[in-house]
Design a protein around this ligand. Structure first.
Ligand SMILES: *Cc1c(COP(=O)(O)O)cnc(C)c1O
Length: 347
């Protein structure tokens, strides 16, 4: 009953096979190997973006921080949601890698920025001349940190707001595949066709050992990105092992298969939670994350039976047993339906 996070799960065996296949002989280092060139080409095809710049690295924080710092001046501010990973969970990496750009937090509804909220936040910055921050990129997360999805229409509207002010749009796609499987659209539709300028394309949370791709749909700043990646100590020397994982991921649509499995597991869990006594879903689960409130006593029982998940801004000790406590449940590609059913029967 492992619902703590999708990065607690195993690597897909086909990824390990891809690593083993790449593990023969010698190959040029630092991304000059043929496998990396192949992966770049495959991602360009998948995204219908033949010109896009594609660079691999090992963490999502690096992909976000390096993309967001590219083209951003230290005196600018990055617009993101109040619950954004770049705000809550990256130890100020975007601020650090940009040399001091700040974040302007935008209010959210169900984990999503609204066009009105974004426009108001943008309007409120760059109003104090040299004394205040200048407007910088907009970053949005798909799937969101609350397990909801921006529709294509919502993505387009938010991008339009940003572009109206001449600001580029970044997508944190740590769970890009889960979002894509949830919406059932094409990668191009969910990105550049909806006005997304740069993408952190996640892999680790969806069954890789540790690879994310940074994609710049306009390659003009590709060299700047590469310099920042090297200077930021994120240029992997034995690069073919990053590429091998990504190749195994994309081959035969494995990435979408895995995301589909994780999303299906989440729906099974969410359906059970919806019907459970005293349980309340907090957001509409549209990918592989579900938030629910359950009575303290129920959490206690589940934890004692070995269930693994995180309480959210609540603690088990020190309150009435019937008090509803918020929790987050995340499913991954390897989720076992029998374990989900065991969890639900305990519930
Ligand atoms: C996990 C995650 C990341 C990347 O985190 P790393 O631990 O640096 O790989 C980025 N954004 C979101 C929304 C995430 O959930």
């Amino acid at each position: 009953m492992y619902f703590a996070s999708d990065n607690t799960g195993p690597i897909h065996p086909r990824i390990l096979d891809a690593l083993a296949r790449a593990n023969t002989g010698y190959a040029p280092a630092y991304g000059a190997d043929p496998l990396t060139a192949e992966v770049v080409q495959t991602l360009r095809e998948i995204f219908e973006a033949p010109e896009a710049a594609v660079h691999l690295m090992a963490t999502g924080t690096a992909a976000n921080a390096l993309l967001l710092s590219t083209g951003t001046a230290p005196w600018q501010t990055i617009f993101c949601s109040r619950v954004a990973h770049i705000h809550e969970d990256e130890c100020n990496a975007p601020e650090f890698f940009s040399g001091g750009a700040k974040l302007t937090l935008v209010e959210t509804v169900d984990g999503k920025m609204t066009p009105e909220g974004l426009a108001a936040a943008i309007e409120a910055e760059e109003t104090r001349g040299v004394h205040g921050p200048q407007r910088g990129p907009v970053s949005l997360t798909q799937a969101t940190e609350k397990g909801t999805l921006y529709t294509l229409e919502e993505l387009r509207t938010l991008s339009d707001v940003a572009h109206r002010y001449g600001l580029p749009v970044h997508m944190d796609g740590a769970r890009f595949a889960n979002a894509l499987a949830g919406l059932g659209c094409s990668p191009a539709e969910m990105t550049w066709k909806a006005g997304i300028d740069m993408l952190s394309f996640g892999g680790t949370k969806n069954g890789l050992m540790g690879v994310e791709a940074a994609i710049l749909f306009d390659p003009a700043r590709s060299m700047e990105f590469e310099l920042r990646r090297k200077r930021g100590a994120h240029l992997f020397s034995k690069h073919r092992y990053l590429a091998a994982q990504m190749q195994g991921y994309l081959e035969g649509g494995l990435w979408l298969e895995m995301a589909g499995a994780a999303n299906t597991a989440c729906q099974r869990l969410a359906d059970g939670l919806r019907d459970a006594p005293g349980a309340n879903l907090m957001f509409r689960p549209e990918a592989n994350i579900v938030f629910a409130r359950l009575p303290r006593a129920t959490h206690r029982r589940l934890f004692e039976a070995g269930a693994q998940y995180h309480l959210w801004d609540d603690t088990l000790d020190g309150g009435p047993e019937d008090a509803p406590l918020a929790a987050r449940f995340v499913t991954d590609w390897s989720a076992d339906p029998a374990e989900t059913d065991r969890f639900l029967s305990l519930l």
